[in-house]
Design a protein around this ligand. Sequence first.
Ligand SMILES: Cc1cc2nc3c(=O)[nH]c(=O)nc-3n(C[C@H](O)[C@H](O)[C@H](O)COP(=O)(O)OP(=O)(O)OC[C@H]3O[C@@H](n4cnc5c(N)ncnc54)[C@H](O)[C@@H]3O)c2cc1C
Length: 373
Amino acid sequence: MDESSGRSALVVGAGIGGLTVAAALDRAGWRVTVLERAPQLGEVGAGISIWPRAWAILTELGVAEHLVDGVRPAIQAGLRRPDGRWLAKAGAATTARGPVMVHRARLHEALVGSLGEVEIRTGVTVDQVCDGGRGAVVETTAGDSLEADLVVAADGIRSSIRSGVRSRDDVRYAGYTAYRGVTAKPVPGEASTSGGETWGAGVRFGYAPLVDGRTYWFVSANRPAGERSDDHHRDVTALVGDWHEPIAQLIAATPADAVLRNDICDLRLPLGRFDHGRVALLGDAAHAMTPNLGQGACAAVEDAAALVARLVDEPEIGRALTAYDRERRPATQRLVRASRLVGTVGQIDNGAVLAARDAGITGVGAIAGLLGR
Ligand SMILES: Cc1cc2nc3c(=O)[nH]c(=O)nc-3n(C[C@H](O)[C@H](O)[C@H](O)COP(=O)(O)OP(=O)(O)OC[C@H]3O[C@@H](n4cnc5c(N)ncnc54)[C@H](O)[C@@H]3O)c2cc1C
């Protein structure tokens, strides 16, 4: 154990961000308790892209080795129109620089397996955090108070801890909803050797093979906030079922009750501070972004590594958290902004602007960052 030995941390939220920081703090010698409001640990969701920096952190924590069974396939990726014509080709994505695509539940499971001495309490909802003199005090909705040297708020986009330290409502609806699915088993042919996105008018489809051979896909569509529907599988078939192959094939290979739908939101800019005394905001609680770059969870993993590194460098917690804020807020704010921009361009539904967009992409072919998706 290093000089952190004996210090205590409460981590609020057992999502990817909370579990990663809990594992990293545990390795640095902290006594860590995770408080999660769900009655049991687990993650629904579909596929998730893990980019190289986050992958390196997960490797260091001993998590990555549980995620990949064999050699990652090189896939042909790019951006297409609904009729299948290429707007831009990315070539075969290399395995060294591209993202690793895994099922979210598998990442969550591997993180839980890496927790060492961490104590996890489920079914505990945190109401607020206040300064307790010697430490930070977490109050739960059941009326309990828990004190620790450090509190990490990893309680997601609708963080009650963030709401407690800021006066404004930070959450912004992006104007589109996302459907996600994973095929029940590997789909042979193009679906297992290709990936990328297809952009129509106000609707996008994207897919990528997961490391376990199944295929993850998503559809995003311009919709009013909060709209409900009772058959997501039917919705996506109506939206993109007549687009180029293998889209219909992938949707047909996905169980009807396994298609998720979420309205897409992010946090208003500029982002507020990530440090509040002995409380650090992390992951979506600090910088929820639209999923257009596939970077939200990766940024949470990077937050965790940065926070623990600053706490190791600087024994005074308030100063360590300020250094963490200085390092992570500008970097993640750039991601929120860039991701929002990609979504705005991708969701264009006005005919004339759409034609200009597609011509621009074909002509310039310079959105390489998108193509790995
Ligand atoms: C459609 C879609 C696709 C995405 N694709 C990708 C991708 O490919 N790659 C990528 O990197 N990111 C992706 N993301 C983003 C990613 O999902 C999030 O950034 C990431 O899950 C955030 O993790 P988190 O731990 O910060 O928050 P969350 O996953 O939201 O976890 C918060 C946890 O806190 C708990 N909690 C909340 N409030 C309380 C409370 N008051 N008390 C106790 N517990 C509480 C919740 O139950 C939850 O377990 C995607 C997001 C969406 C919507």
